[in-house]
Design a protein around this ligand. Structure first.
Ligand code: DX5
Ligand code: ZN
Length: 224
């Protein structure tokens, strides 16, 4: 079973970003949290900074847009070369059109659900996306506590995927560490974002490898 570990650079040093990106060259993607101080009560950076991150990153970018009006702003992140662009279901007025546009440009399209947003509301359109992000914290900040009650939603998405045969990566983001990644993997997640559990460690690359091993062993159990 393939699992993906995507460190969140929200927990990196913003003035040593190139250095900190090179610390996680063994990761699958670098997870890039774009926040606009409107959709969430926090502010990070926009397309100009993400372009520079794209230029220097040793791994492809997994951009997580926590912004209002993503219908307008998301395509430019695909255009600058991000491998994956995820928008929030709560922030788009036409998710299917946006997914088509992102894929046309050449990015994987992701749909994110806040903890209070049910998967059932988006079940009918999920097959238009390449990735479904189940938030395991309220979006906005790193270092929050993992919400175990979101595992029911991860299982729903995993069951949907198994039943329909769609190819959909199931991502979890928020409070993922060497303990919580086990239940997320057992529930069916295959793509794991971790900020503080990677950049909070002395050896971020080793943290990535440890998370990968744990996720792999727990996912395998579940599959068999
Ligand atoms: C939160 C962000 C996350 C955050 C995760 O809104 O979407 O990507 O960086 O950080 P940790 O892993 O520390 O919870
Ligand atoms: Zn994120």
């Amino acid at each position: 079973m393939t699992v993906r570990i995507n460190p969140s650079i929200l927990s990196a040093d913003f003035v040593n970003m190139e250095h900190d990106l090179n610390l996680i060259s063994n990761a699958d993607f670098a997870h890039v949290d774009v926040m606009d101080n409107h959709f969430v009560p926090n502010l990070t950076f926009g397309p100009q900074m993400v372009q520079r991150i794209q230029d220097v990153s040793p791994v492809p970018l997994d951009v997580h847009l926590m912004i209002s009006d993503c219908d307008r702003w998301a395509p430019q992140y695909a255009e600058l070369g991000a491998a994956s662009v995820t928008v929030h279901a709560e922030a788009t007025s036409d998710p299917v059109a946006l997914a088509r546009r992102l894929k046309e440009i050449g990015a994987r399209a992701g749909l994110a659900l806040k903890p209070g947003t049910p998967f059932d509301d988006y079940r009918e359109i999920a097959h238009h996306f390449d990735q479904l992000l189940v938030m395991t914290v309220e979006p906005g900040f790193g270092g929050q506590k993992f919400m175990a009650d979101q595992m029911a939603k991860v299982r729903q998405v995993a069951e949907f995927r198994a039943r329909t045969g769609v190819s959909l990566w199931i991502q979890v983001d928020g409070g993922i560490d060497s303990d919580t990644i086990q239940q997320a993997a057992e529930s069916g997640a295959d793509t794991f974002v971790a900020g503080s559990a990677v950049y909070g460690k002395d050896n971020p690359a080793l943290a990535v490898e440890n998370l990968r091993k744990i996720a792999q062993s727990h996912h395998h159990h579940h599959q068999e």
